[in-house]
Design a protein around this ligand. Structure first.
Ligand SMILES: Cc1cc2nc3c(=O)[nH]c(=O)nc-3n(C[C@H](O)[C@H](O)[C@H](O)COP(=O)(O)OP(=O)(O)OC[C@H]3O[C@@H](n4cnc5c(N)ncnc54)[C@H](O)[C@@H]3O)c2cc1C
Length: 449
């Protein structure tokens, strides 16, 4: 291997930035090319917001970007003169500034001198080449690297059933709930597809841009995220044994919740979740996703008290209505509005409605077989990658190396972050990804060393 290997990191959201910083910190001389298609770099889907209503859903004390420096984010907040304690919920915009600051410090510091290139390119193709990989960028410029880390993150939601080509192309439809302008929507009621965290973000953005607008949110069960309450206990209960079946894990949750409350019980499960998941067969994982996922999601990924109180207020005043049911029809009308029909859960008859816009807030889609992303399509087409059996992302081995179509692990092609969800399940939030980013950096350096 060359004395100064080149490592390409594709994607500069939290996962890519932190993997790149670990590579610089630990890689003796290794050069890193960090590629990002969106500007500004370093924010990803989660932290590219200036809206103060968009809060972190994890307490500041648990949001350090570094696994070995737990107080780093709270120290940064203090340094900025922001009065956010370890038990509080900072804004996601501030978290984005923190991340960009880490990247800027690294770029300016001695560790990165001549070793880090941040390249504003979209990677659209990847193939074996040179001493490792040849990356094709949308600008046409190829990049050679000895190893590649895919930090592709949270793809926008898939187009839901009922949204045809004509509606998808119309200004009355918002396809990407993380990149849109609430002020650009026509006046009138808005239908949000989905009732999870993405819906909450979108509803708050709509209310901030045009207070008083009527918002209807619809999902099959109509479940909405629960609220964080109080401080976590000083001595949380011990996590369960890591070889429980989904059923036994549920029983453990119920027993623990009866003593400590459900929030503490769900949080106590966290250190064991990845091991539990890895120990389950594909059939057990599929059963969990089918029966428990909607409930898991709303109890596990909770709202800060500030956001929960605004949402409660919107719902009380009926400006936000949440419904359980299914869309049976959606179409753009000649006047630009959208008409359709939905069937309430458990009922036979569909109800008509007319709204001025529809926003797809169903949350990130992990199913790479439905992806329209050029790089993902290229990886699948070449057989360099395959979907994991649960269709949550790309299939990886326990070292986060990509598995090709035959199930063989590529020695120098890695993935990090939510795109590895099929392998780990709990790999969506900072407290999980920060450790994975460090592990992936070590594994990459081992592969090129
Ligand atoms: C709206 C939202 C809010 C969230 N809030 C929290 C929170 O409060 N706390 C928490 O812990 N977690 C939160 N999360 C979870 C989130 O998954 C992680 O915190 C983290 O941001 C994930 O980072 P990522 O880099 O893996 O993904 P992303 O943030 O999605 O970043 C991936 C990046 O890769 C780039 N990219 C993709 N493909 C290419 C390509 N081919 N070429 C070049 N660039 C490419 C994209 O443009 C993007 O910038 C939130 C997620 C979302 C979506």
């Amino acid at each position: 291997m060359t004395s100064r290997p080149v490592i390409a990191v594709v994607g500069a959201g939290f996962s890519g930035v932190m993997t790149a910083l670990h590579l610089l910190r630990e890689g003796d001389g290794a050069r890193v090319v960090l590629l990002e298609r969106r500007s500004p770099v370093g924010l990803g889907a989660a932290y590219a917001t200036h809206n103060p209503s968009h809060r972190l859903n994890v307490r500041a004390g648990n949001m350090s970007a570094w696994p070995d420096r737990p107080g780093d984010f709270t120290a940064w907040l203090r340094g900025q003169g922001l009065e956010v304690g370890a038990g509080d919920f900072a804004t996601r915009g501030d978290y984005g500034r923190y991340l960009q600051g880490l990247l800027a410090d690294a770029v300016a510091g001695p560790e990165a001198a001549g070793r880090l290139i941040v390249a504003p390119y979209e990677v659209v193709g990847l193939e074996p080449g040179g001493d490792g990989w040849r990356l094709t960028t949308a600008m046409g410029r190829p990049i050679l690297a000895n190893a590649v880390v895919l930090a592709l993150g949270n793809p926008p939601p898939c187009r839901p059933a009922g949204v045809d080509e004509a509606l998808a192309a119309s200004p009355a439809y918002v396809a990407d709930p993380w990149r849109w302008d609430p002020k650009a929507l026509p006046q009138g009621p808005v239908l949000l597809l989905g009732t999870g965290l993405t819906m909450i973000d979108v509803a708050l953005s709509l209310e901030d841009a045009m207070p008083g607008r009527s918002i209807i949110a619809l999902s099959r069960r109509g479940l909405t995220p629960r609220e964080h309450e109080g401080e976590p206990p000083e001595h949380p209960p011990q996590p369960p044994s890591r070889d429980l079946s989904p059923h036994a894990a549920l029983e453990w949750l119920k027993r623990t919740a009866a003593v400590h409350g459900w929030r503490t019980a769900v949080d106590a499960l966290r250190p064991a979740t990845q091991d539990l998941w890895r120990g389950w067969s594909v059939a057990r994982k599929q059963a969990f996703l089918r029966h428990a996922r909607p409930f898991w999601d709303v109890h596990r990924h909770r709202l800060s008290p500030e956001v929960a109180s605004r949402v409660a207020n919107l719902r009380q005043s009926r400006r936000l209505k949440v419904a359980a049911g299914k869309i049976v029809r959606l179409a753009e009308r000649p006047d630009g509005r959208v008409e359709g029909a939905w069937r309430p859960r458990g009922e036979m008859d569909a109800q008509p409605f007319v709204v001025s816009a529809v926003i797809n807030a169903t949350g990130p889609t992990g199913d790479v077989t439905r992806s329209r992303d050029p790089l993902v399509l290229d990886l699948i087409r070449r057989g360099l990658a395959r979907p994991d059996p649960m269709r949550l992302g790309l299939d990886v081995d326990p070292d986060n190396r990509l598995l090709d179509i035959s199930g063989a692990a590529a020695p120098s092609l890695f993935a990090v972050g939510p795109v590895t969800r099929g392998a780990w399940w709990e790999i969506n939030a900072v407290p999980d990804i920060r450790s994975q980013a460090a592990q992936v950096a070590r594994a990459v350096l081992g592969a090129v060393g």
